[in-house]
Design a binder for this molecule. Structure first.
Ligand code: EPZ
Length: 422
């Protein structure tokens, strides 16, 4: 397993081009199952989860090829309606194939995705929603087995709102007979990016970005190739902005729609960072120690849970006491024990972390246990004194493209030790 070795203490400065959003690319890739036509996708991030998803779709019957920077994916015929456990167990987002498979081919078998470091990650909303659409769903031998001649539109109320739950059921409803209304739908921009692509292909969807999405089912999506450019990754962008703040540096991230970063910019500004925005970029400059702020995560439009751990890294060095409350997942504070190893003064009580800022962190061997917690450890190591060795970096590689390359472009000193030289 690869490790990153970080020599802390450098102020980061420079510019980064933000990659395509992993959490938009995954459902959009899966949506290719809904028709036999070619999807031509640009700005696909080169991250492990995308490669895993392409592998899974290949097992089901999709063919993929690259035309320069564009990924072409189509599923003319189905090779299998069963997602292999070996792949599903490494990527929970595999559950997204359920809706499209049963919508287009009437049957799907997907292993129950297990929990992960951040929580039990139930899938009851996906299952209940498919049942509401008239599917027969059986859970046996660790598999979710879904069957339906043709799904029928229904009213589905989600509690809580689920991002992939909304995406799965929206894709299922696109080919259903009649109208489906998803209430308390997720409002994350990645859901809207999927909907925008489906609408280009002839789906009839209204209300994305609000908490009620209406889908009028169609017999089939339109013929012909369909092009889409994946939206920018707001979590990657936010991570690099926090990297600029925690090293008291000056970092600019380039992305087409800077308004995606409103929530992180507001919070960083509250810590004392200077944020400036112009067409297609956001710049953070921090010339002093951050001030403590309280952060509470929530479904969009709340503060994104996928930036909570990174903010905790910044607040570990802030002046004052910060309360970080995680309301989306039940166990998303696993980075705290590793930050403590670096000298952070954090106590946790349930889903809340009380961070008493210290004036320095010291480098230490630490271990990533999930994607964003791993990113948080990297951010802390950039500002820490001395060397930090971060193990299990495979967690970070699931969602960040060339993270050490980008950080070194900004002046960091990060070295990857490949597992075979470990
Ligand atoms: C998506 O996960 C993202 N993943 C996550 O990003 C992100 O943290 C999360 O949304 C919240 O924004 C992808 O888009 C691939 P949820 P998802 O269903 O859809 C509960 C990252 O770091 N719930 O919106 O799995 C659940 O327990 C990853 O990039 C049910 O109760 O999250 C949680 O408390 C991590 N029953 C809440 O809903 C269900 O059937 C929100 O989870 C489904 C979810």
């Amino acid at each position: 397993m690869d490790r990153l070795i970080v020599e802390g203490g450098q102020r980061l400065s420079g510019e980064i081009q933000v990659s395509g959003a992993k959490n938009a690319a995954l459902p959009i890739l899966v949506s290719s199952l809904l028709s036999p036509h070619t999807c031509v996708l640009e700005n696909i991030p080169d991250v492990v989860d995308v490669r895993t998803m392409c592998q899974l779709l290949g097992v089901l019957g999709a063919t993929t090829s690259w035309d320069g920077p564009r990924l072409l994916i189509r599923t003319e015929t189905l090779k299998s309606h069963e997602a292999p456990y070996a792949l599903v167990s490494t990527m929970r987002a595999s559950i997204l194939v359920l809706g499209p498979l049963v919508a287009r081919w009437g049957e799907a078998i997907v292993p129950l995705p297990g929990g992960c470091a951040i929580g039990s990650r139930p899938v009851n909303l996906h299952i209940d929603g498919l049942r509401a659409l008239g599917a027969e769903v059986r859970i046996q031998h660790g598999n979710i087995h879904v069957k339906a001649k043709r799904l029928k539109g229904a009213r589905i109320a989600m509690e809580p709102s689920s991002v992939t739950g909304t995406e799965n059921l929206m894709m299922a409803a696109v080919l259903a007979e009649g109208v489906t209304v998803i209430e308390n739908a997720a409002r994350e921009p990645e859901v809207a990016d999927l909907a925008a692509f489906l609408i280009k292909r002839g789906a009839r969807i209204q209300g994305c970005g609000t908490n009620t999405i209406t889908i009028e089912g169609v017999e089939a999506l339109n013929d012909g190739d369909h092009h889409h450019r994946i939206m920018a990754d707001r979590m990657e962008a936010g991570t690099y902005l926090i990297a600029g703040a925690v090293t008291q540096g000056d970092v600019t991230v380039h992305l087409p729609s800077p308004d995606l970063l409103d929530d992180i910019c507001t919070t960083l500004h509250a810590t004392g960072a200077e944020l400036s925005r112009n067409h297609g970029s956001v710049r953070v400059t921090m010339d002093r120690r951050a001030s403590a702020v309280d952060v509470t995560t929530g479904p969009c439009p709340g503060f994104p849970t996928d930036l909570q751990a990174q903010m905790a890294a910044l607040l570990s060095l802030a002046e004052g006491v910060s309360l970080v409350t995680e309301t989306v997942f039940e166990n998303r504070l696993t980075h705290v024990s590793e930050l403590r190893r670096m000298g952070a003064n954090i106590t946790t009580n349930g889903n809340q972390a009380r961070i008493v800022g210290v004036d320095k962190l010291s480098g230490a061997p630490v271990m990533a246990s999930d994607l964003r917690g791993g990113a948080a450890l990297i951010l802390a190591s950039l500002a820490a004194e001395g060397e930090t060795i971060i193990s299990r970096v495979y967690h970070v590689d699931r969602g960040y493209e060339r993270i050490e390359g980008n950080l070194n472009t900004l002046g960091a000193n990060v070295r990857r030790v490949k597992s075979n030289n470990a």
